[in-house]
Design a protein around this ligand. Structure first.
Ligand code: AMP
Length: 368
């Protein structure tokens, strides 16, 4: 398994199978075109390995020309095609073989064919190393196909994910994360714990609240509890090393879980990085940070009210509550940027009834 940016890919088609497929296409094109002096129109960037390998096997005279259009955004075909580099010189009256790495929805091919029509070419055919019949939405026949594949996102042999992976000699396909791992985020009193209780049932996930684990340890007077107590009672954060080790132990304890709702973790940048590394070692990752957004005044009122019954020392005194907000503002709130940079931040309005807020959260959870 390999990692490119934030995603994992597993080996799918070997170099040997690719070579066989490439040879198959090369032989057919050679037979059909060796007396015709065709122009190979190579679609950049992905098709450059494929084009190179088939053109090297071409016996007759031929020319090459390049075109660059953009259609992919991340792992989804966006449908919007823009020409980044057009054909030069003119292809008027020529027999053209379009060389593509992969035909997916067909939007790119359709846009290129339109360009060739305007160029008034004599004839055109399409050669593509990979073809996804289930994704293809056009009528235009793909004349030479190396391999048909399912609707998977693949990289290697020229194909990339946001720029990476082109140099791989085998083809890899996107590994769907097995787990649903969600960071439930928000300031103290935002309702994370309350919502997590409902969501863990609905989505069959394990809820890990670092605050609850600490409180359990304090109650049972464990070594960890004794260490954490002074920090917690004052509303300070417990040191990262302690918290990170504890979190990892909780995840390991629940091997086989369908996924986790992390509540109260991560709370610092180094905790977020440690969590990403830990999950990536397991071939997993965070699907998203879902943040409950609530104004501070409402939060203080909620926490003081909870303090009347929760027995939590950090809920009963306004100065401790303010300190927890201060910790949140200075160390934790920046995690929004951390997950936003990975396009994984989802803000949800946390004001309303419990049921209303659950509904809003479910809309986001359902997308994971
Ligand atoms: P909570 O129940 O999430 O409000 O957490 C209560 C307290 O537990 C916090 O004020 C911290 O003292 C401690 N705590 C919980 N989670 C963490 C964490 N991820 N990092 C450091 N301290 C934490």
């Amino acid at each position: 398994m390999i990692q490119l940016h934030d995603l994992f890919f597993k080996k799918f088609i070997s170099e040997t199978e690719i070579n066989l497929a490439v040879n198959g296409v090369a032989v057919q094109i050679n037979d059909d075109y060796k007396k015709k002096s065709p122009v190979f129109l190579i679609v950049l960037n992905g098709a450059f390995f494929f084009a190179s390998d088939i053109i090297k096997k071409f016996d007759g005279n031929c020319e090459m020309c390049f075109i660059k259009v953009a259609s992919y955004e991340g792992t989804q075909s966006s449908g919007e095609i823009s020409t980044v580099m057009g054909v030069e010189p003119s292809l008027k009256g020529r027999d053209v073989i379009i060389v593509e790495d992969i035909v997916d929805t067909g939007n790119t091919i359709e846009a290129i064919i339109e360009i060739l029509r305007q160029e008034e070419v004599k004839s055109y055919r399409i050669a593509s190393l990979f073809y996804k019949p289930k994704a293809y939405t056009k009528d235009q026949k793909i004349d030479y196909v190396g391999l048909e594949i399912e609707n998977d996102f693949i990289v290697g042999y020229g194909l990339d994910y946001n720029g990476l992976g082109r140099n791989l000699n085998d083809i890899y396909k996107l590994k769907q994360l097995k787990m649903k791992n969600i960071v439930l985020f928000g300031p103290p009193g935002a309702g994370k714990g309350t919502q997590a209780e409902v969501l863990k049932e609905k989505y069959q996930l394990v809820h890990i609240s670092t605050g609850d684990v600490f409180r359990y340890n304090i109650k049972n007077e464990t070594e960890l509890g004794i260490l954490a107590k002074s920090f917690m009672d004052n509303g300070d954060l417990v040191p990262d090393e302690v918290t990170i080790d504890m979190l990892k132990a909780e995840v390991v304890k629940n091997k086989g879980a369908k996924g986790f709702i992390f509540d109260g973790f991560p709370r610092t940048n180094s905790q977020a990085k440690a969590l990403d590394m830990f999950l990536s070692d397991m071939g997993e990752g965070i699907n998203g940070m879902v943040a409950l957004e609530v104004p501070e005044d409402l939060l203080v009122a909620r926490l003081l009210k909870r303090g009347e019954t929760s027995g939590r020392p950090d809920d009963q005194d306004e100065s401790k509550i303010r300190n927890r907000f201060n910790e949140y503002e200075t160390k934790t709130a920046i995690l929004k940027d951390y997950y936003e940079a990975q396009e994984k931040y989802y803000g949800v309005d946390g004001v309303g009834s419990i049921e209303e807020i659950t509904e809003r959260l479910c809309v986001v959870f359902d997308t994971f």
